[in-house]
Design a protein around this ligand. Structure first.
Ligand SMILES: Cc1ncc(COP(=O)(O)O)c(C=O)c1O
Length: 469
């Protein structure tokens, strides 16, 4: 009679942490009293409830209202998060065998979409800002060089904003991409709130993206797993996107999820919009106060880094000198009941939303002030660099090929069939189809020795890597 998930959920309910992580509703029942509706809303396609696979009724109308609110030509709900949305969007604007240009620190759903849709990948690398130990933006000039070098690229896929709220110059990139007759797709998982305030970076569609995918659940008050695919330009064939939606989405979509998407959008068009601006003003005060605490550094941008176009203030990216981000995160959780979104060796990230209130911000400020006055540990100044491996085989071919597991030390010169990814930052060091170099093996061993968590290995002691047979 074990119920491990439920038991842990009950514990969390008791603890009631202050949430600076996803989902964007922050556990606050402010839109409707969900407890009252939850079972009644968990239905299937009974008469009058329409069908997400081919909407003609209430779902169609709801999606049309979303399109209007988000400035899209058409919007499609995804009940499998932005992961599902990326499969749909990329599948709908490319054909098997096409080449796409993606940033090397893309979320794994972009790589997976390339496998599923049998796309050839070429990489563009983000800037690594050594002063701040952060991946920042993409230089528009490197996009232009890539498009000149490889005229067969059909689609450019970029992340905007990145996990830390850093935004590249998408307007400029969009102009370049369109000058070369290509499509610009944006993974805007972390940017669905942008359209609702003039104090935030420009939303991707307004900046010229042809299609974007947003996790409404990350930064707006909707349930986990709820996202939207927004089609912006006439260059995108809407019917192909709809066909992909029917291909990748369940035939039993949750009406709770779809209702939650609708309620979040409706809230943000009214009361939520005003509230968001109020929250942003409070965040400006908080950011300034945090900067005044000795040892505390809040990342607000870097004027010398030309790849940073803007920074989303709702993501508080900070560090306490002399303390790792990972430890800061741990202390906040254990001693102050404050749960952050993530931390790495240097930074900690507090993800705020329209549903956070002043009390949350005061609690965070006091906790950081307190920690900075007493806690120290050793911060290893090392950085994790993205390697630049050579692609030997298309990612989909390597993924579906016959594989065998070999010891890491014996894998040099072979072609990887796995993703090997250190967390954080969650960017693959090696992907299927890439050649494993001696430098890479040495680097992975070095990271392992440093105790960095690396996923993707096999074997009892996680010492083996899958290679193409
Ligand atoms: C940049 C980025 N893209 C896509 C995704 C996938 O989004 P979802 O969790 O909604 O499937 C994530 C999730 O963290 C992400 O960070």
């Amino acid at each position: 009679m074990g119920k491990p998930i439920f038991e842990r959920m009950k514990e969390l309910k008791e603890i009631r942490p202050i949430s600076f992580h996803m989902p964007g509703h922050k556990g606050r029942n402010w839109l409707i009293n969900w407890g009252e509706y939850i079972l009644d809303m968990d239905i299937t396609e009974i008469p009058g409830m329409d069908n997400l696979q081919d909407p003609v009724g209430v779902i169609k109308r709801s999606q049309e209202l979303a399109a209007k609110a988000f400035g899209a030509r058409e919007t499609i709900y995804s009940v499998n998060g932005t992961t599902g949305g990326i499969y749909i969007a990329l599948g709908g604007i490319s054909s098997p065998g096409d080449k796409i240009l993606i940033q090397r620190n893309s979320h794994k759903s972009v790589y997976n979409a390339a496998i599923l849709n049998r796309l050839d990948i070429e990489y563009v690398y983000p800037n690594y800002n050594k002063d701040h130990h952060l991946y920042t933006g993409i230089d528009p000039d490197t996009i232009e060089s890539k498009l000149k070098e490889s005229p067969d690229i059909k689609v450019v896929v970029l992340t905007y904003p990145n996990y830390y709220g850093i935004c590249s110059n998408i307007e400029k990139i969009g102009e370049i991409v369109h000058k070369y007759g290509k499509l610009l797709m944006i993974d805007e998982a972390h940017g669905s709130h942008f359209i609702f305030s003039d104090h935030l970076p420009t939303p991707a569609l307004k900046a010229g993206a042809d299609i974007t995918v947003q996790s409404i659940h990350k930064t707006l008050p909707s349930f986990t797993q709820t996202s939207m695919v927004h089609i912006g330009s006439e260059r995108v064939d809407v019917e192909r996107i709809k066909a992909m939606s029917a291909l990748y989405q369940t035939t039993s979509p949750s009406y709770l999820f779809m209702t939650s998407l609708e309620l979040a959008r409706a809230y943000m068009e009214g009361e939520g919009k005003e509230r968001l601006d109020k929250v942003i003003q409070e965040l400006k005060v908080l950011e300034k106060s945090l900067q005044e605490i000795p040892r505390v550094k809040v990342f607000t941008g870097d004027k010398d880094d030309k790849t940073i176009h803007s920074k989303d203030i709702t993501k508080i990216l900070f560090r306490i000198e002399g303390l790792t981000g990972v430890n800061t995160n741990k202390i906040l959780m254990e001693d102050y009941n404050i749960y952050l979104e993530m931390a790495d060796r240097h930074h900690a990230l507090a993800l705020t939303s329209v549903m956070n209130d002043r009390e949350d911000f005061e609690a965070l400020y006091k906790a950081i002030e307190d920690i900075a006055s007493r806690e120290y540990d050793y911060v290893d100044p090392m950085d994790i660099d993205i390697p630049m491996p050579k692609i030997e085989r298309p990612i989909y071919e390597a993924f579906y090929s016959n594989k065998r597991a070999v010891d890491l030390k014996d894998s040099i010169g072979k072609i990887s069939a796995s993703f090997i990814t250190p967390y954080p930052p969650g960017i693959p060091l090696i992907c299927p189809g890439e050649k494993i170099s001696r430098e890479l093996v040495e680097y992975i061993s070095f990271l392992k020795d440093k105790g960095i968590e690396i996923i993707g290995f096999m074997g009892y002691n996680k010492e083996k890597i899958q290679v193409i047979d």
